[in-house]
Write a protein that binds this ligand. Structure first.
Ligand code: SF4
Length: 356
């Protein structure tokens, strides 16, 4: 059975839910990696690994959702709560541009007093001053704004797009199965609503990424159900540019528990590449896995090294402590045998570097 499924993968045929489940259960790490690498080489035969120079700006850590896996948020009124000023945001963007950056990823908690107008003003202000792509606000933040303003999601997105929002990061997906969501983040956007926001964004011509955080007590079937949900939406809209899986970081969280190991990460990454036959790019998550596993991931289906992340606060709050500047990313990509290339948000190559 495993061999029949492997032949389908090598022939470029789509796997069903049950075939993926069977393959994950029966294939060992290297078999999954081999298949994923074959798929990756067909899609990206040029031997390039891309990355983007950007910065995460977490405009506030105040949040009313209290997700059990989150070490980043502070409830309203907490002494460590903050909202960044325009001056602070401006300084961070200037530093990003000075480092050759092209993109800003703004994400934050669900602050009860920040309404749609606050974001419209901020985005217009940023776009009037700085030549950056705004890859910002996950479906959870969009959903929160729609509810606070009592507006349809499409209208919120249209107004933000007009103010300068270019694309959406795929945060807040965790596992797109409500049984899991209800246990670890009961107040958070449901699976259907997360997909609804992405569908509406894609309909407006905005691209987005999709993510998955695994290790939240879900079954392998629920992980594949997550992949199935985004594969179906991608068939419908074609609006996802990339998929980025990473393991839950339990440090300082209410949920706690053990972090999934490197083998599990590589197996899920490989399965994602095999199952998501309509996703052009799979990103490594060196921020959570470290650069050595990220290099290995390039042979398990990944073709993109993600971002330089000049600043990252969310997984750092949960204890992940990996850092890498652009030189380190170039070194990692070259040492793995690939040619590095800086890309923009839509995966257009900006600058190619020499291979190692
Ligand atoms: S994961 Fe996001 S929505 Fe949940 S508590 Fe943290 S900041 Fe708030």
């Amino acid at each position: 059975m495993k061999e029949t499924i492997a032949c389908k993968v090598l022939d470029g045929e789509r796997l069903s839910f049950h075939e993926a489940e069977r393959l994950y259960q029966e294939a060992d790490l290297l078999e999954l990696g081999y298949l994923a690498n074959q798929v990756r080489q067909k899609l990206h035969p040029e031997g390039t690994v891309t990355f983007v120079v950007d910065r995460n700006i977490n405009y506030t850590n105040i949040c009313v959702n209290a997700c059990r896996f989150c070490a980043f948020y502070r409830p309203p009124g907490h002494p460590e709560g903050y909202v960044l000023s325009r001056e602070e945001i401006g300084r961070k963007i200037e530093a990003t541009l000075a480092a050759g950056g092209t993109q800003i990823l703004m994400q934050g908690g669900l602050h009860p007093e920040l309404g749609l107008a606050w974001f419209e003003d901020l985005f217009s202000w940023i776009k009037s001053r700085y030549p950056v792509t705004l890859h910002s606000l996950s479906p959870v933040e969009i959903d929160d704004l729609a509810r606070k303003e009592r507006l349809p999601v499409a209208e919120v997105l249209q107004r933000l797009q007009k103010a300068g929002l270019d694309s959406l990061p795929g945060g807040g997906a965790e596992i797109l199965v409500d049984r899991v969501r209800n246990r670890v983040s009961p107040k958070k956007t449901s699976t259907a609503r997360w997909l609804e926001v992405m569908r509406a964004a894609h309909a407006l011509g905005m691209k987005s990424t999709a993510t998955m955080v695994f290790g939240l007590g879900e079954t392998i079937g629920e992980r594949i159900a997550h992949l199935e949900a985004i594969r179906q939406l991608q068939d419908e809209t074609g609006g996802f540019t990339a998929f980025i899986p990473w393991s839950f970081q339990p440090g300082n969280t209410d949920l706690g528990g053990e972090e999934a190991g490197a083998c599990e990460y590589l197996r899920i990454l490989a399965l994602s590449r095999i199952y998501l036959d309509n996703f052009p790019n799979i990103q490594v998550s060196w921020v959570t896995q470290g650069t050595k596993i990220a290099q290995t991931a390039l042979f398990f289906g990944a073709n993109d090294f993600g971002s330089t992340m000049l600043e990252e606060n969310v997984v750092r709050a949960a204890g992940a402590s990996f850092h890498a500047d652009q030189e380190e990313l170039l070194r990692c990509i070259r040492a793995a045998g690939f040619r590095p290339a800086q890309r923009d948000n839509e995966y257009h190559i900006w600058r190619s570097f020499q291979a190692g």
